[in-house]
Write a protein that binds this ligand. Structure first.
Ligand code: PLP
Length: 390
């Protein structure tokens, strides 16, 4: 049997680790394995690697290395940002503003603060393209608002949010501002000064780094209560022996994607447009979800009426094509996407959603292959649907 290369179109879910990243990590497992807190040379070597990684990330963020906190994933960074600020400021107020299309790492954390800790949360709406209106954020502020958390780019539909405008509003009102930038790395600028953010979340496995390591930018002087207490690592904000090989991997991966960010974004945007044009012109009753221009260069999210997204994904898989029905990060969720519903898409239509997110290894031939099989798949599935009359 000949081995066919899988056409991987799910880079928003995770990415293949760059071999240069693996190479940078390897010595820290078996040779330079010291504890970064130890004073002998093995420990000092680990500390040096950690310092270098921190400086590398800080350079990309345009901030001080002191403002970088390494965590175990994007979810943990989001939890630390939101709970840390909310708990620290409990005496000052109990109000949080977020959007209705956040990743569950943000929305479920806010919901828990509401249900278990008595906070009030405003979920600002989005328009039909998934954009938050900064004016709505401003209107939602109260004297008791202690945190605003709005994602940089949406993981399902790829819409980019007006982060620096929202950040300006937050600054004018003296409210800490967090952004979940997990999907933005490698595509958009992560300059925290330009973005006007006080807290920013990243996750290494979305930009060709290893899974299980993340980072949180915390602006100097911002009060944050640690969620995980212990030996006082990471500036006392995230205790736990530092995972040196993974942190080295995260920093290496971030530096590598940042180096080629602009040219790679252009290349992917051209491929995405080819995919979008091909799908919309060859498949009736198909629509592109998300913003027409303010969207990530690698994201194409379609809905196909009168057909289940899951059926399309299984048929694509049989053709060696890996795509997703939206968020791959929420295990076992069967209902339609909360993001599409917030954008006003009918639940019956939202079921026909397919997300394709391109990456480094994708070529024009890959897109042509998808365009070669997808119209037939949708047509076949629709023919089986009792509701579809053509
Ligand atoms: N935030 C967004 C926008 C994401 O897309 C994801 C993962 O898909 C996360 C947070 C969670 O990151 P992690 O998988 O590292 O916990």
């Amino acid at each position: 049997m000949s081995e066919r290369r899988v056409i991987y179109l799910d880079h928003a879910a995770t990415t293949r680790v760059d071999p240069r990243v693996v190479e940078a990590m390897l010595p820290y497992f078996t040779e330079r394995y010291g504890n970064a807190s130890a004073i002998y040379s093995l420990g000092r070597e680990a500390r040096q690697a950690l310092d270098q990684a921190r400086a590398g990330v800080a350079e990309v963020f345009n901030c001080s290395p002191k403002e970088i906190v390494f965590t175990s994933c994007g979810t943990e960074s989001d939890n630390l940002a939101i709970r840390g600020v909310a708990w620290m400021n409990r005496e000052r107020g109990d109000h949080i503003i977020t959007s209705s299309i956040e990743h569950h790492a943000v929305s479920h954390t806010c919901e828990q603060l509401e249900k278990q800790f008595g906070f009030n949360v405003t979920y600002v709406p989005v328009d039909e393209y998934g954009r938050v209106d900064p004016g709505d954020v401003e209107k939602a502020t109260t004297d008791g608002t202690v945190l605003i958390s709005i994602m940089y780019a949406n993981n399902e539909v790829g819409t980019i949010e007006p982060i620096s405008e929202i950040g300006e509003i937050a600054r004018n009102y003296g409210i800490p501002f967090h952004t979940d930038a997990v999907q933005a790395a490698g595509s958009l600028s992560l300059d925290v000064q330009e973005l006007n953010v006080d807290l920013l979340t990243l996750s290494s496995h979305k930009f060709y780094g290893p899974k299980g390591v993340g980072v949180l930018y915390v602006r100097e002087g911002l009060g944050l209560m640690p969620v995980q207490t212990g030996g006082g690592h990471e500036n006392d904000l995230r205790s736990g022996t530092e995972n040196v090989p993974y942190i080295v991997g995260l920093a290496k991966a971030l530096t590598l994607v940042e180096e080629r960010r602009e040219e790679e974004s252009q290349r992917l945007a051209a491929l995405r447009d080819h995919l979008t044009d091909g799908v919309l012109s060859s498949i009736p009753h198909s629509r592109l979800m998300g913003h027409p221009s303010e969207r990530l260069p690698n994201n194409a999210n379609f809905v196909f009426e009168h057909v289940e997204g899951e059926g399309i994904l299984l048929s694509l898989d049989m053709q060696g094509i890996a795509a997703s029905s939206g968020s791959a990060c929420s295990t076992g969720s069967a209902g339609p996407s909360h993001v599409l519903l917030a954008m006003g898409v009918q639940p019956s239509v939202a079921h026909g959603s397919v997300r394709m997110t391109l990456g480094r290894e994708n070529t024009e031939e890959d897109v042509d292959r998808v365009l070669g099989v997808l119209p037939g798949i949708v047509e076949r599935l629709r023919a089986l649907s009792p509701l579809y009359a053509g």
